[in-house]
Design a binder for this molecule. Structure first.
Ligand code: BTN
Length: 224
């Protein structure tokens, strides 16, 4: 395993892709102190000031990776005392606030697993950080724990990972609206399937959702 350390970069995802072209070995990690154009899922921006963990790990592509990585990140945070939960597909929350995000991109047979964890800063009001949750941990120690957890999870049976995902899930049992481009599906999130797709039940029909933005619909209390 090789670690490539950078100061400020555009995005560690971009550097990972450049290194893949140069034949970098699988398992390599790219870490930056900060990112100018940190990227999130669905073309969003990931604010990346100094003080957070921003890394991209190059591993073999697998369609179950969103589930594997979410479980690995949640397990890492849990082990340092954070009550982490996974919002489908792979946002990591504490209570209802985001503490970590995962972006998985493929490049041929390789996957670039981008992980951002708020350590000291909380870049948005809807977010939290490890220090805000009362946990002090160095970036290096967090990175080592994260990498080990990812390697362990990659070796675990799929069923074990899926069960862990269910236990960590913040989404299952909730009324959800999933948006993808022009399409919208609403219903109750009942389970994740063997590929990590979300199963949403509506009027006794179950629909499998493979990607999208998940919004919780809170039931509106009627006035007496
Ligand atoms: C999300 O929640 O939308 C995913 C956020 C992923 C952020 C990480 S930080 C390291 C890597 N480099 C990026 O530009 N993005 C990912």
């Amino acid at each position: 395993m090789k670690i490539y350390w950078y100061g400020e970069v555009e995005s560690t995802q971009k550097i990972a892709r450049q290194l893949i072209k140069k034949g970098v070995e699988k398992g390599s990690i790219i870490v930056a102190d900060s990112q100018i154009t940190g990227r999130g899922r669905l073309n969003r921006t990931w604010l990346s000031p100094p003080g957070g963990l921003y890394c991209s790990i190059i591993i073999e592509s697998d369609r179950f990776l969103p589930v594997i990585v979410a479980v690995a990140v949640a397990t890492t945070l849990c082990k340092i005392g954070i009550d982490a939960a996974i919002k489908w597909p792979n946002d990591i929350l504490v209570m209802d606030k985001k503490i970590a995000g995962i972006l998985i991109e493929t490049s041929g047979q390789d996957a670039v697993v981008g992980i951002g964890i708020n350590i000291s800063d909380t870049p948005l009001e809807t977010a939290t950080s490890l220090s805000q949750e009362g946990i002090q941990v160095s970036r290096n120690s967090l990175l080592t724990r994260l990498y080990e957890s990812l390697m362990d999870t990659l070796k675990s049976p799929k069923q074990t990972i899926r069960d862990a995902y269910r236990r960590f899930s913040h989404t299952l049992g909730k009324q959800v609206k999933i948006k993808l481009n022009e399409e919208e599906v609403t219903g109750i999130a009942t389970d994740i399937d063997v590929d990590g797709g979300l199963l949403v039940k509506r009027d006794s029909q179950v629909k499998k959702i493979v990607a999208g933005d998940c919004i919780y619909i809170h039931s509106i209390k009627k006035k007496d």
